[in-house]
Design a protein around this ligand. Structure first.
Ligand SMILES: C[S@@+](CC[C@H](N)C(=O)[O-])C[C@H]1O[C@@H](n2cnc3c(N)ncnc32)[C@H](O)[C@@H]1O
Length: 275
């Protein structure tokens, strides 16, 4: 009986996760759901899963739904993760935009599913370190995530020492971060280059359009094939013609040959918008 009740509650959690952020949690993730929601319940002083679900399903309780999204999504990330797309940006895309610019060179980037900010801040650092005639460029880096808590953390731009050591050289750590108490805060020059917003890839409009580069890495793996296809369609229409989409290094999109052509850029695979 107890097991049946619990199974039913976990099904409701799965339904909410799908509805709130599109992620598909199958039965193999039950241990993860239990652990993450237990932490949330302790934090919010909620006695049991039944009460948490009742609160989350009530129409007036946006805060608890946001906290459930924070808890049920996976935020693993690091600076310059899978470095090859950053090399593709600095060694192929930026030089080409610079060569072909008529007037002021322009660069628009969207880090979709940016988690706690390491990806867009790496993009900003990569730009600072590679743009020829930097002051002439018109640059915009948008970064978004469905999780309110991670977007708030990303905006604060505060990291712990171990986070800096995952992906940044000692020179980059001292050039782009200032120590504040036990944390390290990203310098204003980098922070000011990134515009953060909460955005659900499945239901929101992209933050901008005509992007030269979109990074949508390590998130589509959590969606159903049909939702993945919808996201790739959205990415294709948010890119400028010939703009490049980068996915996580183990992600191979299927059923997108009408939207993108695969173009190797150095060691990275980019998906270039057709048309
Ligand atoms: C594993 S992290 C990837 C972070 C970064 N892109 C990287 O590769 O290092 C996945 C992120 O996707 C976000 N996410 C999950 N569902 C989403 C959705 N429907 N819309 C936008 N972001 C979503 C999660 O909140 C999480 O921060």
């Amino acid at each position: 009986m107890q097991a049946t009740v619990e199974r039913h509650q976990l099904d409701r959690v799965r339904g909410l996760a799908k509805q709130l952020c599109g992620i598909h949690l199958d039965g193999s993730k039950d241990y993860l759901i239990r652990r993450r929601l237990n932490e949330l319940m302790v934090d919010e002083k909620i006695d049991n899963l039944q009460d948490l679900l009742a609160l989350a399903e009530a129409p007036y309780n946006r805060k608890i739904r946001e906290r459930m999204v924070d808890a049920l999504t996976t935020h693993e990330t690091l600076f310059f993760r899978d470095k090859s797309p950053f090399d593709a940006l600095t060694q192929h895309i930026i030089p080409k935009l610079y060569r072909e610019a008529v007037g002021r060179p322009r660069l628009r980037i969207w880090s979709a599913a940016c988690s706690t900010g390491q990806e867009p801040y790496s993009l900003a650092i990569a730009c600072l370190e590679s743009l020829p005639e930097r002051s002439r460029w018109d640059i915009r880096i948008d970064a978004s995530d469905v999780s309110v808590g991670t977007v708030e953390a990303a905006k604060r731009g505060r990291f712990q020492n171990f986070e800096l050591s995952r992906g940044l050289s000692p020179q980059q750590q001292s050039r782009y971060f200032r120590r504040e108490g036990n944390d390290y805060r990203i310098v204003d020059e980098v922070r000011g280059m990134v515009n953060f917003q909460v955005n659900n890839l499945l239901t929101s409009t992209p933050p901008g359009h005509d992007y030269d580069v979109i990074m949508c890495r390590n998130v589509a793996i959590y969606f159903t094939p049909a939702d993945r296809r919808r996201i790739y369609q959205k990415m294709a229409s948010a890119l400028r013609p010939q703009g490049s989409l980068f996915l996580g290094c183990s992600e191979v999109p299927t059923n997108v040959s009408d939207l993108f052509k695969t173009v190797p850029l150095g060691r990275a695979t980019s998906y270039q918008r057709i048309g």
